[in-house]
Structures are given as C-alpha cells and as structure tokens.
Design a protein around this ligand. Structure first.
Ligand SMILES: *[C@@H]1O[C@H](CO)[C@@H](O)[C@H](O)[C@H]1NC(C)=O
Ligand SMILES: *[C@@H]1O[C@H](CO)[C@@H](O)[C@H](O)[C@H]1NC(C)=O
Ligand SMILES: *[C@@H]1O[C@H](CO)[C@@H](O)[C@H](O)[C@H]1NC(C)=O
Ligand SMILES: *[C@@H]1O[C@H](CO)[C@@H](O)[C@H](O)[C@H]1NC(C)=O
Ligand SMILES: *[C@@H]1O[C@H](CO)[C@@H](O)[C@H](O)[C@H]1NC(C)=O
Ligand SMILES: *[C@@H]1O[C@H](CO)[C@@H](O)[C@H](O)[C@H]1NC(C)=O
Ligand SMILES: CC(=O)N[C@H]1CO[C@H](CO)[C@@H](O)[C@@H]1O
Length: 464
C-alpha cells in the first residue's frame, strides 16, 4: 500500500504544476499605482542605507545579514549549516548598453578585472597578476556606434566597479560578524568546511575576491567552485525548453504582460528621445523595462547624473521619469516570479536543479555525511529571483545589488532539525502554508521541494 501511494505521488508530481499561492497586494504589484503613483520604491542613489531604516529596499546595495539586526534564536537551537545565495554587487553597464547614445562617461582607472592562469608554484614564482585595461581602436569599424559616454573608456563592460568591490568586502565582513563564532569559522578559507561557488559570468568572481577577504581576512588565494556553462544550476544555464515556453506564454504572449508596456507609451517615447533607441528596436528595450531600469540605476548608484540627449542638452531624463521606470521594473519582477499564476511552476523548472543541490546539502549534514558548515553561492538577479519565486515570497521585488537569501539549518537538543530562511537579513515571509520561514521543521521544507520539483529525473523529464 505504501508503495502504491508513493507511486501515485510520483505521478502527481509529474503531471501537476507547482501550487501557486498569490502574493500580498502592495504598491509594487498594483499597476495603477505603478503607472500613476509617485516616488521611487526604495533607495537608488547610494550604497548606504541609514541604520535606522536598514532592511529598506536599496537597489545599489540590498540589506543582508549583519550583527546589528541579526536575531539569534533561543538557546535550545544550535546552528549546524548555513547556505547563502546572493546577487553580485554594483557594476558598470553591460557592453550592449553602448547603444544608449548617452553623455555620461564611465571610467575604471587601474580598476580593471584581474585575470590569469596559475602554474604549480603560484603567483610571484611562475606568474604575475594580469589586469585588464579595455580600449577602443578607431580602425575597428564596429566600435563606431558607441555613445560618447563609452568612447575612450577603460572599463570592461560589464565589470564590478571599485565601489562594488568595497560593498562586496563589507558584505563578507558583515557575514563574518554573525557566522564566524556561531559556526566556528577560522580566519582562513578552509575548503574542508567552507565552499564558495561562482557562475560563468566573471563578475561573480570579481565579487568573490572582495567578499572572501571580508569573510576570511587571512585568505590570499582561493579555489572556488564553478559548474560548466552548459548546465550550470546557479546562473542558471541548463536547458529547460518547457520553462522557456511557459515563461513566454505569460509574458510576451499574454495581454496580462503587454498591457503595461502599452500603458507606458508616452514614458517610452520620452526615454527613446533622449537615448536615441529606436522605437522598433530588436535589443529588448521595448519588451520590458529591464534595460532602461538597469542602465539608469547603474548611473545613479555611482553618483552620476541622469542622461541628456547628445543632440539637445536640454532634453534630459527627469527624476520623476526614472522613479516611474523603477516602479515598473519592480512590478515586472513581481509579475514574472509571483503574480503570474504560472510563475511558481516556472521557478520550479528553471531553478529546480539548484534546489535539488540545496536539498542534498541539507540532507548530507543531517545524516552526518558532510562536514561542510558554510556554502556561499555568488550569483545574479536571474538566480535570486526564482529562489524567491519558488519559495513564494509574500512581497516580491526586483533583487537589487548584493540581494541575499540565507538558509540556516538548526538542531535542537533532541536532534530534531529546523530551517530558517532569511531575506534581507530577516525571516522570509511567504504566501505558502509554511508562512514565515522561521524554524520550520526540516521535513516540511524538504517535502515542499519534493512536492513541487520531484526527483532529478522528474525535473529533467519535465524540462524536455
Ligand atoms: C492613470 O491615469 C490616467 C489619467 O488619469 C488614466 O487614464 C489611466 O487609466 C490610469 N492608469 C491606470 C493603470 O490606472
Ligand atoms: C492600487 O493603487 C491605487 C492608487 O494608489 C489605489 O487607489 C487602489 O486602491 C490600489 N488597489 C489595491 C488593490 O490596493
Ligand atoms: C538620493 O535620493 C534621495 C531621494 O530622492 C535624496 O533625498 C538624497 O539626497 C539623494 N542622495 C544622494 C547621495 O544623491
Ligand atoms: C492572465 O491573468 C488571469 C488572472 O490572473 C489568469 O487567470 C490568466 O491565466 C492569465 N493569462 C495568462 C496567459 O497568463
Ligand atoms: C542625433 O542626431 C543625429 C543626426 O540627426 C541622429 O542620427 C541621432 O540618432 C541623434 N541621436 C539621438 C540620441 O537622438
Ligand atoms: C525538539 O523538537 C522536536 C520537534 O519539534 C520536539 O518534539 C522536541 O521536544 C524538541 N526538543 C527539545 C529538547 O526541545
Ligand atoms: C546596467 C546595464 O547595462 N543594463 C542594461 C543596459 O542595456 C543593455 C541593452 O542594451 C542591457 O543588456 C543591460 O543589461
């Protein structure tokens, strides 16, 4: 009978989509407020959040775990294992942004990424450190289309800026202030108990350098884990055609999505008149607000001014317009990952592989088969978002720079295990029956993963 029931359960997993629990209604997912309201949905012009309002949304440097706000659970619980996933810190624009014909310069003097292979005896014996210095040569006919802000720039687009490296280091120091004593972490990275993981995008390794120096001040070089770019579960890059077509069905192919783009036509017209982006562009400036949001916020986070047209210096993007772009961007992420009824299933498929890895890390600690105490994943907004989507956070936002989710595994005195999940440093409020993820019996959490993703084979089949 038990066997029959588990067979039936497996069939259910394969045939039924993950159950969607709608998010809380707020200004973020209220399209009337987004289009017709006012103000920015948080801080967008500085990495610093005042202590008194720490926890507030800060796109430039999202709140994370640190000693000042950290809530230590009661003494009956012992912290056994911590897994962190966080978005990289602030950066220059991406290279494709050079089509934004803007007047704001970007420079990275002496701040290029460091990139080199290593011989058996390491730096100073076999190799010297190598730093990138980007340049343009007018003889290359393909550089002609860049905007004036990009001419003669020595930034490698994208790269984490010097300020973003400082934020990465602070993030590491803050995590150390909480977890070093609680987990017994030493001053050096010890890979028998600690693992650090990056994606195939260089900017996550750039962040790792700053983060690790803060987390383990005695570390001078470190081996970090990375999966092949053809199937990386962290970025993620693994192929899941079912997830992609599901996503299109509720975005580009749905009026639920395209309506907000049409409603914002006059805002688009103004932004295009400044940037010189064609209304019918094929690079995605008009299929979502992603590019305008990211390109405008990158400037503000680095204390640059808002752009003006290169042809008419009196035609500039205004703060009110930027605030509307920021409200629209957050509405979009809430729609992508929480408001759309199919979004939970999308996250389960698109990020299921990473959750299966998390599940196995937790199980290995519980069964005594792993000595790993701390696992840190450095990733992207496209990684943190489906984590929030799958766990069905009650109030979704676009995860800003450094946005962090922490999974804490606890044991009580009778060896029962519990999980606490922190978002922005505080227990995550979800719309699921689990409610706030604060000392949830571990089996409840593992069952949630099992019910909505199934086994590795289930996921693989559901994707293909
Ligand atoms: C925003 O306000 C305009 C003008 O008052 C109105 O026509 C439009 O319907 C409003 N948009 C939404 C989404 O409520
Ligand atoms: C959405 O925002 C508008 C404008 O602020 C407000 O009048 C309306 O009550 C809000 N809707 C919901 C469901 O909260
Ligand atoms: C950031 O924006 C806020 C709100 O618009 C403003 O009060 C503050 O002075 C700005 N800070 C910086 C560093 O520009
Ligand atoms: C559009 O939204 C409605 C209401 O949430 C939902 O029932 C419907 O499935 C959505 N359609 C698509 C294509 O996402
Ligand atoms: C500036 O004017 C030139 C010449 O008319 C035009 O080709 C270009 O697209 C304009 N750029 C912007 C940003 O409007
Ligand atoms: C540990 O948790 C289990 C499950 O909730 C509970 O039954 C047990 O009483 C707890 N042990 C102690 C010592 O509190
Ligand atoms: C910060 C940044 O560069 N954001 C976007 C700017 O626009 C390009 C497209 O041209 C996007 O790829 C970037 O993500």
């Amino acid at each position: 009978m038990a066997h029959l029931l588990s067979l039936l359960a497996a069939v259910v997993v394969l045939s039924e989509a993950a159950v969607h629990y709608p998010p809380t209604q707020s200004n973020v997912n209220n399209l009337t407020f987004v289009l017709n309201g006012t103000g920015a949905p948080g801080i967008f012009n500085s990495s610093t959040t005042p202590d008194k309002s720490y926890g507030e949304y800060n796109w430039c440097n999202m709140p994370h775990v640190r000693e000042r706000e950290y809530k230590t659970p009661s003494k009956e619980f012992t912290l056994e294992y911590v897994e962190v996933i966080h978005r990289h810190h602030k950066r220059t624009p991406y290279a494709s942004n050079t089509f934004f014909k803007e007047d704001i310069p970007w420079n990275c003097p002496g701040e290029g990424p460091v990139e080199y292979g290593k011989g058996p005896s390491g730096v100073s014996a076999d190799v010297t450190e190598i730093q990138w210095k980007a340049f343009q040569d007018a003889q290359n006919p393909f550089v002609n289309s860049v905007g004036p802000g990009f001419v003669n720039s020595d930034c490698q687009f994208p790269q984490i800026t010097a300020d973003g490296i400082v934020d990465s280091n602070t993030h590491g120091t803050d995590l150390r202030s909480v977890y070093a004593t609680r987990l017994g972490l030493g001053g050096q990275l010890d890979t028998s108990t600690v693992q650090i993981r990056v994606t195939n995008n260089d900017i996550t390794s750039q962040v790792a350098g700053g983060l690790l120096k803060g987390l383990f001040p005695g570390t001078d070089n470190a081996a970090v884990l990375i999966q092949s770019g053809t199937y990386d579960s962290l970025e993620p890059t693994y192929s899941c055609p079912t997830a992609n077509s599901l996503f299109s069905s509720y975005t580009s192919n749905s009026a639920n999505w395209t309506t907000h783009l049409a409603d914002a036509a006059s805002l688009y017209a103004k932004l295009d008149s400044v940037s010189g982006i064609a209304t019918q562009d094929s690079a995605g400036w008009h299929t979502s607000f992603d590019h305008y949001y990211d390109n405008l916020s990158a400037k503000l986070c680095h204390q640059k001014t808002l752009p003006c047209s290169v042809n008419d210096t009196s035609l500039c993007v205004t703060q009110d317009e930027v605030n509307t772009v920021f409200r629209l961007g957050n509405w979009e992420y809430s729609y992508y990952y929480r408001d759309a009824p199919q979004s939970t299933q999308y996250s389960a498929l698109h990020y299921g592989a990473w959750f299966l890895e998390l599940q196995s890390h937790l199980q290995a600690v519980i069964s005594g088969q792993s000595k790993i105490k701390y696992f840190h994943n450095i990733a992207h907004d496209g990684s943190v978002s489906p984590v929030l989507g799958f766990l069905q956070i009650a109030n979704m936002v676009w995860p800003g720079m450094g946005a962090e989710v922490v999974f804490e595994l606890y044991k009580n005195e009778s060896r029962a295990y519990f999980i606490r999940v922190l978002w922005g440093g505080q227990p995550m409020v979800t719309s699921t029956p689990m409610g706030t993820l604060d000392m949830i019996p571990i089996q409840t959490f593992l069952d949630y993963i099992e019910t909505n993703i199934g086994s590795g084979a289930d996921l693989f089949n559901a994707c293909n």
